[in-house]
Design a protein around this ligand. Structure first.
Ligand SMILES: C[S@@+](CC[C@H](N)C(=O)[O-])C[C@H]1O[C@@H](n2cnc3c(N)ncnc32)[C@H](O)[C@@H]1O
Length: 220
């Protein structure tokens, strides 16, 4: 009986994993630069997983996170803060900003920075930007107190802001990641649904769906 339940659970997980595959945004990475609060890291991982972003890179100068992904997945505080999303999400740790930038650049990724402030040469509000221009895109989020580093801004093509209408200076790191990655992933999913290749090459005869059919919480 117990074994049968386990098999059913595994089959459900496999079905879900197959169903979400086509909706994941290929070559889209969220980068957290020196986050200090484990709850923020967990929440960003949860957002990344929920929104279909491919990977998370964490620049962790303090060495608070393990290098090995398996160890990271087993970290209880992270698993709890991410509602177990860390189990299903690719997370890679870097010791400093330079090595992360180098890894991204060698692999053909273009970076964009995020900040509530005007930074660097080119600044746009979130919904003014086309996030499908680059085949490989990394979106950087800064530290809770210090924000994004000058180095990350220098090596980013532009800096994106969520417009602010209140009295406070900035949004919470994890909250801003949810808002920004929602827009970026929505645009890239729409692109993927219409074209197989970059530069609007190979249009699909039938666009793929951009949202999944909703299920009731108790649906099998
Ligand atoms: C709490 S904020 C950092 C505030 C910091 N004092 C600063 O100068 O940026 C942490 C991170 O969340 C993101 N963030 C927060 N509010 C944002 C906004 N309005 N627009 C874009 N990104 C934002 C940025 O990545 C920022 O580095």
């Amino acid at each position: 009986m117990e074994e049968e339940k386990q098999n059913q659970k595994r089959a459900r997980i496999r079905k879900r994993a197959d169903a979400i595959k086509d909706f994941r945004c290929k070559n889209l990475i969220a980068v957290l630069e020196n986050p200090s609060d484990i709850r923020n890291i967990g929440t960003v991982i949860r957002n990344v997983n929920a929104l279909g972003v491919e990977k998370v890179y964490v620049v962790d100068k303090r060495g608070g996170l393990p290098d090995d992904w398996e160890d990271l997945r087993d970290r209880r505080s992270l698993s709890k803060a991410s509602a177990s999303a860390v189990k299903w999400t690719f997370v890679k740790r870097f010791g400093d900003t330079e090595s992360c930038l180098q890894h991204l650049e060698v692999n053909g990724f273009v970076s964009i920075a995020t900040s509530p402030h005007v930074k660097g040469k080119s600044n746009l509000y979130l919904d003014e930007c086309d996030y499908t221009e680059h085949a490989k895109l990394a979106v950087w989020f800064g530290n809770e107190g210090r924000g994004i580093s000058d180095l990350a801004v220098e090596r980013s093509e532009l800096c994106v802001s969520i417009p602010m209408f209140g009295m406070i200076e900035s949004m919470n790191l994890a909250t801003s990641s949810g808002i920004i990655l929602y827009e970026v992933a929505k645009q890239r999913r729409a692109y993927q649904s219409q074209y197989r290749r970059r530069d609007k090459r190979s249009p699909r005869s039938e666009p793929l769906p951009t949202v999944m059919p909703r299920e009731r919480a108790d649906d099998e």
